[in-house]
Ligand binder design. Structure first.
Ligand SMILES: CC(C)(COP(=O)(O)OP(=O)(O)OC[C@H]1O[C@@H](n2cnc3c(N)ncnc32)[C@H](O)[C@@H]1OP(=O)(O)O)[C@@H](O)C(=O)NCCC(=O)NCCS
Length: 280
């Protein structure tokens, strides 16, 4: 078995193999992942036939593994473990100290055998977005982006400028912040494929749950009538209450796991919503 870097030519394979799991990716989603981490998305092949894949996304000191999947007729042959170990080596070579992933609950033992430890649970919710009165969130522009990134780092221990900049470029109408006295106190973004939309990161000063709710409401208004999903740490009680109040229903839970540590450095109180689970 050979593990190589995923290229644009592999994107149709990535869509096909993840479609079998019902993950709903479009080609542009994988192209975005490759653009964000050009040397860190991988395909496993055997005799030149693709048998598995995964992606990584790194933000300096913290990095994420996602989209781990082996062809259904080639499981139990250690392809999955070898791919995950390969991704861990890649991230360690980049001096990424904290390596995380979100695992389905039935895959926790698989990752534990490789050295990951469970840290916290995340619930994924969905709803059909409805329109409400404007709550005062402003659309973020390029000028505000560095300040949004600075705010993000209060709660997330990495530099997400490339991710947030790319989201602003691809979905400019879905990126909102609220400021007070010239300081960002919260932001949220949404991103859509033709099939559905996701919301997150949704970050806010934990002492301002009303602001967090206003951000979510303004984002949902823009997403009117689309199926919208959000993932929330079950330990962030404010966020759980807000999403339930806004009509979201829980679909399933995943476990946040970290390689050889439970110490991830994230301040979960300010992380109201996680965007795409594969990117952290
Ligand atoms: C999880 C997955 C990638 C493992 O791939 P693999 O190539 O079979 O991995 P390995 O051969 O290295 O390890 C297989 C072990 O993982 C276990 N396992 C963990 N999660 C599993 C899952 N969701 N489904 C099936 N087996 C799973 C198997 O029981 C097996 O354990 P065993 O060797 O003690 O019997 C593969 O089962 C898969 O693609 N599942 C569907 C996609 C998925 O759920 N991905 C994980 C997202 S968090």
């Amino acid at each position: 078995m050979d593990i190589r870097v995923m290229k644009s030519e592999d994107v149709p394979f990535a869509v096909d193999i993840t479609d079998e799991e019902g993950w709903g990716y479009m080609e542009e989603d994988f192209q975005r992942l490759i653009d964000l981490e050009p040397s860190g998305c991988f395909v496993a092949s055997d005799d030149d036939v693709e048998v598995g894949m995964l992606t990584t996304t790194s933000y300096g000191g913290i990095g994420w593994i996602g989209n781990v999947v082996t062809k259904s007729d080639r499981r139990q042959e250690r392809i999955g473990s070898e791919m995950v170990k390969h991704a861990v080596r890649y991230l360690k070579d980049k001096s990424v100290g904290v390596i995380g992933l979100y695992s389905y609950l039935n895959a926790v033992a698989f990752y534990e055998r490789i050295g990951f430890q469970e840290s916290f649970r995340v619930a994924r919710f969905s709803t059909i977005a409805k329109v409400s009165e404007n709550r005062g969130a402003r659309v973020v522009n390029q000028e505000a982006l560095p300040r949004v990134v600075g705010f993000d780092q209060k709660y997330f221990p990495g530099d997400r400028i490339r991710l947030l900049g790319r989201m602003l470029k691809d979905f400019p109408e879905l990126f909102f912040s609220i400021e007070e006295d010239g300081d960002i106190v919260g932001y949220v973004l949404g991103f859509c494929s033709p099939k559905a939309c996701e919301i997150g990161p949704w970050m806010c000063d934990p002492d301002r749950p009303d602001t967090a709710e206003n951000l979510l409401i303004d984002c949902l208004t823009t997403l009117e009538d689309t199926v919208s999903a959000i993932a929330v740490s079950v330990d962030n009680e404010s966020a759980i209450q807000i999403v339930k109040r806004q009509g979201f229903e829980e679909e399933f839970q995943v476990s946040a796991m970290f390689f050889e540590t439970g110490d991830h450095g994230m301040n979960l109180k300010g992380i109201f919503g996680i965007g795409a689970l594969e990117k952290g």
